[in-house]
Design a protein around this ligand. Structure first.
Ligand code: SF4
Length: 316
């Protein structure tokens, strides 16, 4: 770690900053402490953002500017190509573990499939070729480049690396941890999705979960039919701001006789926003209308599913 911190310091010093703004996921906060202490020894003040750091969609450059920072150091995510008012150093962070033994211990679970598309998140890009080589002993393996920085890389909001090969594979194998990405993937493709969960050390079939979430999404759409007032949520996070989609949603709902309002927020507080309308269309992070759907007291529908809602309203 010492060597890594040294190389980051070198990069930061090349900007000759007086003040540095640091955005880092909670799990890596010790690194921010270490970096901050080291920067202080060079006479540099660091400001660590205490806001959650969800992704590279959420760059706090305006705050950095307000605090007179010359540079923003963003940990744990790769550049999404956003324009910013302060220069950004993206520090990618990987998680190492014995991925191949987890694969080999569980490979039977995908034995019926010949052509496999593999995808992962930034933290595990390093193992993608190792997994490909291992699987290629018996199967055809495809890794595609989508809009993200690396081949095979996906985000909760960018599954283009998988979508582009959907017709060429029999199933997908996601490499990572937790259900966030694998769930988003299985709801977006028509092929079976398996998650090689490196925390659970297992390969998990997402088919059952997919059906469960599809039902929840449809239930939400059905509940929203009775709503008179719709709140169309716009996030001010630069990588989540979709003003045109939001205006489109308002217009389409109004055409069908509903009241619709643009609601602007930075971080969506599900309890807070409830007071503003009877049902919501989410144009911000698409995961809110999936993962958080059951936490919300009122129907919330992702922009991607707006058409389903409009069709149903039209029929009633
Ligand atoms: S919009 Fe959502 S899924 Fe996309 S990078 Fe941001 S937090 Fe992740």
């Amino acid at each position: 770690m010492k060597n890594k911190v040294k190389s980051w310091i070198k990069k930061i010093l090349s900007y000759e900053p007086n003040n540095v703004f640091i955005q880092i996921p909670r799990g890596l906060i010790k690194i921010a402490h270490e970096l901050s202490n080291d920067l202080r020894s060079y006479g540099i003040t660091s400001f660590i953002s205490a806001e959650p750091c969800f992704g590279a969609c959420d760059i706090r450059d305006y705050e950095a500017k307000k605090l007179g920072c010359d540079i923003l150091v963003h940990f744990g995510h790769s550049d999404m190509g956003l324009n910013t008012i302060v220069p950004i150093i993206y520090i990618e962070y990987d998680m190492r573990q014995d991925v191949l033994s987890i694969l080999n211990d569980n490979i039977k679970k995908i034995s019926e499939f010949d052509k496999i598309g593999i995808v992962t998140t930034l933290q595990y890009i390093w193992c993608l070729n190792d997994v490909k080589n291992e699987l290629s002993k018996e199967k055809t393996v495809i890794i595609a480049k989508g809009k993200c920085k690396y081949s095979g890389q996906i985000l909760g909001c960018d599954l283009s690396a998988a979508k582009s090969i959907e017709n060429d594979v029999d199933c997908f194998l996601f490499i990572g941890a937790g259900k966030f990405h694998a769930l988003g993937l299985c709801l977006s493709v028509q092929k079976p999705v398996f998650s090689m969960d490196l925390e659970k050390m297992d390969i998990i079939n997402f088919e059952t979960l997919k059906h469960e979430y599809e039902k929840r999404i449809w239930l939400n759409i059905a509940k929203a039919l009775d709503a008179d007032n719709f709140g169309v949520i716009i996030s001010t996070k630069s990588g989540q701001l979709n003003k045109e989609n939001a205006k489109f949603a308002v217009n389409e709902l109004e055409k069908l006789g509903k009241n619709a309002f643009l609601l602007v927020t930075d971080r969506i507080d599900l309890d807070e926003i409830c007071a503003f309308a009877d049902a919501f269309i989410n144009t911000a992070c698409p995961r809110i209308g999936i993962d958080d759907i059951h936490k919300f007291k009122k129907p919330i529908i992702n922009f991607k599913d707006l058409e389903k809602l409009l069709n149903l309203i039209n029929k009633t």
